[in-house]
Design a protein around this ligand. Structure first.
Ligand code: PEP
Ligand code: MG
Length: 538
C-alpha cells in the first residue's frame, strides 16, 4: 500500500462521504509589474471594462446560488464596486502603469490594512482573488470551473473562494483543501451545506484526479478507495424537540451584519467586533462617529442581549495611530485591552460612545474586553465600564492565565465569553495565522474541551455566566458538547445560527451532558468528535 493513500486534515461537518476526485486547475497567474504602452486613458477603459465583466459574472453566479453564498458574494462585489478602489487604481494608471499592474497595486494597499486579522484577514484573500479575476480577464486567461454533470464528486483544491463554492452543484458531496482552517470560507460554506470537508490537508494537491476517495470529516481523514465501502455515520439533519439547551447569539462587525443577523433566529449579539471602524482609517474615530455606529447596531440587532467588545487592535490588527511600534512577537505584545496602558483616550471615548448609544437607542449594552490576562486588569476594566453607567460587564477568556483565576472574578464581572480562537492559540502555543499548525487549533482538541469544562465549573461557582464566541461555537455538534459542559450562550456568524439551533434543540440538557462527557474522554480531536457523535441520540 502506498504512503499516499491516506490524508489527514481538519474535519468540517459531521459526515462520511465517498466520490470521484475532481482536482481544480491551478489559478491563473498574475504577470509582473509593467508600464503601459497604450496610455492612461486606454488603460483606464480596459480596467473599467474588466471590472464590469467580473461584476457581471459574479452577479450571475449569485443569482443562481443559495442565499448564504449569495450574501457572501454580494459582500465580495461591494469591495469591487467600491469607488475608493478605482480612485486608488487611477493614481497608479496616472503614474504610467498598465491596467493589470494598477489594479494589483490598488488591491495591495487595501490588503495591507486588513492583513493578519483573523476576521478581516479573510477579506484579504477575497481581495486578492478579486484582483486576480480582473487580471485574468485583462490578460485573456480562462478561470472557470466546469464540474462533471454526474457525481458523486469530491472537489480537491488548494483553497476555495465563495465564488468557486457558489458554482457547486448537487454532484459535489465532499471537499478537500490544502489550505484554510476551521474559520475559512470553505469551512463555513461546507458546514452550511452539509458537505463533509477536510481543510488544511498537507499534500492535498498530490491526490490524483478522477480517483475514488472516502472523506471522513469526523476522523479528519481522507482515504483513496475505489468503492464507497461502509460509510458509517452519514450527515444528519436534526429535528428540534424543544427549547435549545443554550442560547444562540450572533457575531457581527458592522451595521449590515446586524441587519442580516436580525433576519435569523439569533437571540441578540454575543460579539460585536468594534475593530472595523478603527481599522479602515488613519486616525481614531470620533465620539460622534462611534456613537452613531453603536446606536445603529443597537437599533438593528435582533431581540436579546447585545455585547460590544472594546477595541481589539494591536498584534495582527495594526493601527499605526496607536503608536505601538514594532514588536518581536506581536501576538504576545500590546494588543486588546493592553492598548489601554498606552493610550487611555481610546477606551474612555469608546465607553462614552457606548453609554450614549445606550441612551439614544433605549437599549442596554453589555461590554466586554479582549485579551484580559489578570484579575487586576478585569477589576480595572469593570470599574471603568461601570463608571460610564454601563451595568453589564464581562471579559473575554482568551489567555490561559485568566482561566485559572476565575474564582477571583466573583462579584467583579457578570459574564465571561470564551474566545476559543485566541484561547487555542495561547493554550497550544500555535499561531492562529499559520496553517502549518492548524491541527493544534482544531476546536475538538481534548485540552481545549477540558479547559472549557473547568472554566464552566469555576464560573458557575463564582456566579458568572459563560458564553463562547469563538469559531468553536459554530460547529453544531461541538455546540451540544459546550452546552453540556455548562456554556449558557453560543455566539456565531449569522449563517451558522439555524443549524446550531437545530442541533441544540434536538437534545435535552441531560443528553447534552452525556455527549459532553463522551467528548471529554477522547484522547485526540477525531476521537473526541467520534465519541460525541456516538453518544448523540438519534
Ligand atoms: C476569539 O479569539 O475566539 C475571538 C472571538 O476573538 P477574535 O477572533 O476576534 O480574536
Ligand atoms: Mg480573540
Amino acid at each position: 500500500m502506498s504512503e499516499l493513500k491516506s490524508f489527514t486534515g481538519i474535519g468540517v461537518g459531521d459526515g462520511v462521504t465517498w466520490g470521484q476526485t475532481y482536482v481544480l486547475a491551478p489559478r491563473p497567474t498574475a504577470p509582473g509589474d509593467a508600464k503601459s504602452v497604450l496610455g492612461a486613458q486606454a488603460e483606464t477603459k480596459r480596467l473599467q471594462e474588466a471590472i464590469a465583466f467580473v461584476v457581471e459574472q459574479m452577479k450571475l453566479t449569485a443569482s443562481k446560488t443559495d442565499e448564504t453564498t449569495a450574501q457572501i458574494l454580494h459582500a465580495f462585489l461591494a469591495m469591487l464596486e467600491d469607488p475608493a478602489l478605482l480612485e486608488e487604481a487611477t493614481l497608479h494608471l496616472n503614474e504610467g502603469w498598465d491596467a493589470q499592474t494598477s489594479i494589483q497595486k490598488a488591491m495591495n494597499s487595501f490588503t495591507e490594512l486588513l492583513a493578519g486579522d483573523d476576521v478581516f484577514g479573510e477579506r484579504v484573500s477575497d481581495l486578492e482573488e478579486l484582483s486576480l479575476r480582473v487580471v485574468a480577464k485583462l490578460t485573456g486567461q480562462d478561470w472557470s470551473m466546469s464540474l462533471p454533470a454526474t457525481g458523486p464528486i469530491i472537489v480537491i483544491a488548494q483553497d476555495l473562494s465563495p465564488a468557486e463554492t457558489a458554482l457547486f452543484t448537487d454532484v459535489v458531496v465532499g471537499v478537500i483543501t490544502e489550505r484554510g482552517g476551521p474559520t475559512s470560507h470553505t469551512a463555513i460554506i461546507c458546514r452550511q451545506r452539509n458537505i463533509p470537508a477536510l481543510v488544511a490537508v498537507s499534500g492535498a494537491m498530490e491526490i490524483p484526479n478522477n480517483a475514488g476517495i472516502i472523506v471522513d470529516s469526523n476522523k479528519g481523514l481522507a482515504t483513496l478507495a475505489n468503492e464507497p465501502a461502509n460509510l458509517g455515520n452519514q450527515v444528519t439533519k436534526r429535528t428540534r424537540i424543544g427549547a435549545p439547551v443554550a442560547l444562540v447569539k450572533g457575531n457581527v462587525g458592522s451595521v449590515q451584519d446586524a441587519i442580516n443577523l436580525a433576519a435569523t433566529e439569533a437571540n441578540g449579539i454575543g460579539l460585536m467586533r468594534t475593530e472595523l471602524l478603527f481599522l479602515s482609517r488613519s486616525s481614531a474615530p470620533t465620539l460622534e462617529e462611534q456613537t452613531e455606529l453603536y446606536t445603529a447596531v443597537l437599533k438593528e440587532a435582533p431581540a436579546g442581549e447585545v455585547i460590544f467588545r472594546t477595541l481589539d487592535a494591536g498584534s495582527d490588527k495594526p493601527l499605526p495611530y496607536l503608536g505601538i511600534g514594532k514588536e518581536e512577537n506581536p501576538s504576545l505584545g500590546v494588543r486588546g485591552y493592553r492598548i489601554h496602558s498606552l493610550d487611555q483616550n481610546i477606551l474612555n471615548t469608546q465607553l462614552s460612545a457606548l453609554a450614549l448609544a445606550q441612551d439614544k437607542s433605549g437599549r442596554p449594552v453589555s461590554v466586554m474586553a479582549p485579551m484580559i490576562a489578570t484579575v487586576e486588569e478585569a477589576v480595572a476594566f469593570a470599574t471603568l465600564v461601570r463608571s460610564h453607567g454601563i451595568k453589564t460587564v464581562g471579559v473575554m477568556v482568551e489567555t490561559p492565565s485568566i482561566c485559572v483565576v476565575l474564582d477571583q472574578l466573583k462579584g467583579i464581572v457578570d459574564f465571561v465569553s470564551i474566545g476559543t480562537n485566541d484561547l487555542s492559540q495561547y493554550l497550544f502555543a500555535a499561531d492562529r495565522q499559520n496553517s502549518g499548525v492548524a491541527a493544534l487549533l482544531n476546536p475538538w482538541q481534548p485540552a481545549l474541551i477540558k479547559t472549557i469544562a473547568r472554566i464552566c465549573e469555576d464560573a458557575r461557582a463564582a456566579n458568572i455566566k459563560v458564553g463562547v464566541c469563538g469559531e468553536a461555537a459554530a460547529d453544531p455538534l461541538l455546540a451540544i458538547v459546550l452546552a453540556g459542559l455548562g456554556v449558557e450562550s453560543l455566539s456565531m456568524a449569522g449563517p451558522a445560527v439555524s443549524k446550531a439551533l437545530d442541533y441544540l434543540a434536538s437534545v435535552t440538557l441531560d443528553q447534552a451532558k452525556a455527549v459532553a462527557q463522551a467528548a471529554l474522554s477522547g484522547k485526540n480531536p477525531a476521537e473526541a468528535k467520534e465519541l460525541a457523535l456516538a453518544a448523540l441520540p438519534n
